[in-house]
Design a binder for this molecule. Structure first.
Ligand code: AMP
Length: 300
């Protein structure tokens, strides 16, 4: 266990000390002591390179639970592209300080061998449209099996009362809800809204890899989604027509989506007609990175 020495937080009047732990045993010791003392436990799973989106989850966790655990683990099993895994930004000391400022009490930074020790051979496999469409179609369903497996492991390690996820990864949220329901896990899942840059771009750890021109073009994703919302507000009820309007808007801005689709918020099935609240979801390559975003859309 490493205890970072930190300044006094003026608003509270005493130092918030964040404990950085790297083993499941040390994590359990930290969390177990608090739980025995009656504390509620919040978990915010991340892959690091923290930004305001992550910090909003940590602040929310600090507001509704007594002990906030932030995990920082770049999970190899959910990467389908080795170069994406290798290029994933990492800066642990900066992340620990940001997490502390946002209200984290424990930061869990395990090495891969702690999460996947020799002999590890279990996979949480979720089938159906929620893992097979959109992100599952492009990255392969094993992407979400990797997510479900590591989230299940983190739930087992931390045993949180509440776990916090971002709407930015809408399909991941549905996968996690399914995991909790299907495996009867006694954990409340709270989904927090997507945090955006002033021009609307959804914050993402991958945004730092965009150059000036790519950063300007990246706003095409949210603009495409807004175009879909406007088409629906104007009366469009055909999902393909509405999505087509969004794709045209993106293409005009120099970004060609891998997909832009309307899906049911709980199942990720694609409806034949727009007659209820749906999610418009998009993915597109911009320069060296692949970005995703989504918006709720609703007929009025
Ligand atoms: P990641 O580190 O990308 O795996 O993200 C960790 C958590 O932060 C996930 O629950 C994400 O959905 C969430 N998250 C990432 N970006 C944002 C954002 N812009 N707004 C809100 N939550 C986010």
């Amino acid at each position: 266990m490493v205890v970072t020495s930190l300044p006094v937080t003026p608003a509270i009047g005493y130092a918030i000390v964040v404990n950085v732990v790297r083993t499941v045993a040390a994590l359990r010791a930290e969390v177990g002591a608090s739980r025995t003392g009656g504390a509620s436990i919040g978990l915010v799973p991340t892959m690091g390179a923290l930004h305001e989106g992550h910090l909003s989850l940590i602040r929310r966790a600090a507001a509704c639970t007594d002990l906030v655990v932030v995990s920082i683990f770049v999970n190899p099993t959910q990467f389908n592209d080795p170069s994406d895994l290798a290029a994933y930004p990492r800066d642990e000391s900066r992340d620990v300080e940001l997490a502390r400022q946002a209200g984290a009490n424990v930061v869990f930074c395990p090495p891969p061998a702690e999460v996947y020790p020799e002999g590890f051979c279990t996979c949480v496999r979720i089938d159906g449209p929620i893992t097979e469409t959109l992100e599952g179609a492009v990255r392969g369903p094993a992407h979400f099996w990797g997510v479900a497996t590591v989230v299940a492991k983190l739930f087992g390690m931390v045993q949180p009362d509440v776990a916090f996820f971002g709407q930015k990864d809408a399909q991941q949220c549905v996968v996690v809800r399914r995991l909790v329901e299907d495996l009867d896990l006694p954990i409340e899942i709270e989904i927090c809204p997507t945090v955006r840059e002033p021009d609307g771009l959804a914050m993402s750890s991958r945004n730092v890899r965009l150059n000036h021109d790519e950063r300007a073009r990246a706003v095409a994703l949210v603009e495409g989604l807004r175009t879909v919302a406007e088409a629906i507000a104007a009366g469009e009820r055909d999902p393909r027509e509405a999505a087509g309007a969004g794709i045209a808007s993106m293409t005009e801005r120099g970004v060609v989506p891998e997909y832009l689709a309307l899906v049911h918020p709980d199942t990720f099935e694609q409806p034949a007609v727009i007659d209820r609240r749906l999610i418009a979801a998009v993915a597109a390559p911009v320069g060296p990175v692949r970005l995703i975003d989504n918006l709720f859309v609703e007929p009025v």
